[in-house]
Write a protein that binds this ligand. Structure first.
Ligand SMILES: C[S@@+](CC[C@H](N)C(=O)[O-])C[C@H]1O[C@@H](n2cnc3c(N)ncnc32)[C@H](O)[C@@H]1O
Length: 508
């Protein structure tokens, strides 16, 4: 049925608050093979002590099928930004290069100058698009997942709902609208947004339709509530700051890929850490560390979890200590307080080689070019996340599975059909392309618009993984059919309840 709808598509689209521009560019968008889909980058690496290396390539060797106007590979001359000066000062005063992780952290989240701190980076006018911005269905399906978990926990009367890196707040806004009819659930929610960017915090406040109220006991502290579900909302700089002691549901969508990572390169003397240095003519360049660095401990830990064959065939390895540590923090919290975490991101279920990429205005650019003006992100190593979680007692790990399987198991097909039953042709176009982007693979077969705007399906590039308290069985797969049905009927109500009920019954 759905396939028929997709194939029927004919006109252009653009309708809902959470729909994207047709030129939007996912951060993971274009490599051609799925299992070995590492995106190599092309930086010249100055080898401090090693001469037996493969020569650096002159061009970016990513598959650029999804890009239009591919970028020139030179660093564009531009006036030095404050962040560039700051990075150069760090290198100068330290008397040597910084790790890629330090570079990434400063570039993305420096409290004054970082990429995320002072701007809205999403959508057609920004640098890239994310799933919640593509379709309201994404946040709605996460709402279904969370409610299943809450049911499995025995419907606790108070729950911490935590989102890590909420961007514009679109995911949670759609989530809350979707579950708003389930009063028992929404009454239990205490929402915690873990966000480093004051600019994005303001957008989240707006998109969650927040109001600030004097506290009931008249003390200075104001309470903030989302009027979508009348749930209290608070903001934090890190997960550590979110109060403990309540069952917790954590959602991290495209958060792990922005965490600072270390890059290692195989050289004749063994694995060396890649570092960022400044040349004599004051431009950035990569160098290799002359001796083991502290992050080598994490490299060793990561390699222990892999087959020696897997490591042997690689020339580069990325390790993300922050992702490993954060996973353990999440797992400990869930093991003690109960609940579960859902991590959705693009990545691999294995060692990640050389995937760090920079994206500006929907195009790949050089990682060292004008830092702070482009997003930096990398593949998430889901296997490392699984191993990190499994080191903590009291939790079990499920997945990763593809986003397509995950959203499918939550019933996105019913949702899309319900939306399509009751919309204009223009809206239908938007729904179909949004659906394809979320669950499809590769170029949309139904697309009749300009080639360079063909929607690219990211359903197999993105993966979902759940970490849940041991006593709860996996709510990622298989899902709780009855709750999901009830939820879907509720969120589809305005569109065409009868149809949905009939179809769900037929499916049982
Ligand atoms: C790629 S965006 C994803 C946004 C959103 N989840 C979505 O899918 O649209 C990453 C988000 O994480 C936030 N972020 C990145 N690093 C962070 C950190 N170390 N602490 C808190 N927030 C961070 C960014 O400001 C941004 O909101």
């Amino acid at each position: 049925m759905l396939r028929k709808f997709l194939l029927q598509a004919s006109t252009r689209r653009n309708f809902s608050a959470s729909s994207s521009s047709s030129v939007a560019f996912f951060r993971q968008c274009s490599s051609s093979s799925s299992s070995s889909s590492q995106i190599p980058n092309s930086h010249f690496v100055e080898h401090m002590e090693d001469t037996n290396e493969t020569p650096p390539s002159a061009t970016i060797s990513i598959d650029r099928t999804a890009l239009y106007n591919p970028p020139e590979q030179s660093h564009e001359p531009s006036a030095e930004s404050e962040l560039v000066k700051h990075l150069k000062n760090i290198i100068k005063f330290r008397g040597g290069p910084v790790t890629v992780a330090e570079y990434m952290e400063e570039v993305l989240t420096n409290p004054k100058l970082g990429y995320y701190i002072n701007r809205d980076v999403f959508g057609a006018d920004g640098d890239f698009i994310t799933s919640p911005e593509v379709s309201q269905m994404f946040g709605e399906m996460i709402g279904v997942w969370a409610m299943c978990l809450w049911e499995q926990m025995g419907r606790p009367s108070k729950v911490n709902l935590v989102e890590l890196g909420p961007g514009r707040g679109t995911l949670l806004a759609d989530f809350l609208r979707g579950v708003s009819k389930f009063k028992n659930f929404t009454d239990s929610l205490h929402i915690h947004m873990v966000e480093c960017s004051p600019t994005l915090q303001k957008l989240q406040y707006r998109n969650l339709k927040c109001v600030t109220e004097d506290s009931a006991d008249g003390n200075e502290k104001k309470g903030i509530n989302s009027t979508i579900t009348v749930s209290p909302v608070s903001w934090h700089a890190s997960l550590e700051q979110v109060p403990t002691g309540l069952p917790t549901i954590i959602v991290a969508h495209e958060f792990f890929d922005a965490l600072p990572l270390h890059q290692f390169q195989k050289a004749s003397r063994g694995w060396c850490e890649k570092m960022v240095d400044v040349t004599e003519n004051s431009s950035f360049r990569f160098v290799l560390s002359p001796q083991p660095t502290p992050a080598t401990l994490y490299l060793m830990k990561r390699c222990k979890w892999a087959d020696s064959e897997e490591i042997f065939k690689l020339d580069h390895i990325e390790v993300c200590p922050k992702a490993m540590d954060l996973t353990q923090e999440i797992s400990k919290r869930i093991g003690i307080d109960g609940g579960g975490a859902l991590i959705i991101d693009y990545g691999l279920n294995g060692v990640v080689s050389n995937s760090l990429q920079a994206i500006r205005k929907h195009k790949f650019v050089d990682i060292l070019d004008n830092p702070g003006s482009a997003d930096l992100s990398a593949y998430v190593d889901f296997a490392a996340i699984r191993h990190s979680a499994e080191e903590v007692s009291g939790v079990s790990v499920h997945g990763p599975m593809t986003q397509s399987q995950f959203l499918g198991s939550l019933g996105i097909n019913f949702r899309v059909e319900a939306l399509l039953e009751n919309c204009t042709e223009e809206q239908a176009e938007s729904i179909r392309t949004g659906y394809w982007r979320l669950v499809g693979e590769g170029e949309a077969p139904f697309w009749e618009g300009p080639d360079n705007q063909t929607p690219i399906g990211m359903g197999t590039r993105y993966m979902a993984m759940a970490i849940v308290m041991c006593l709860l069985c996996s709510v990622v797969f298989p899902c709780h059919v009855l709750i999901i049905n009830e939820m879907l009927i509720s969120i589809c109500e305005e569109e065409n309840v009868k149809n949905i009920i009939v179809r769900i019954k037929n499916k049982k």
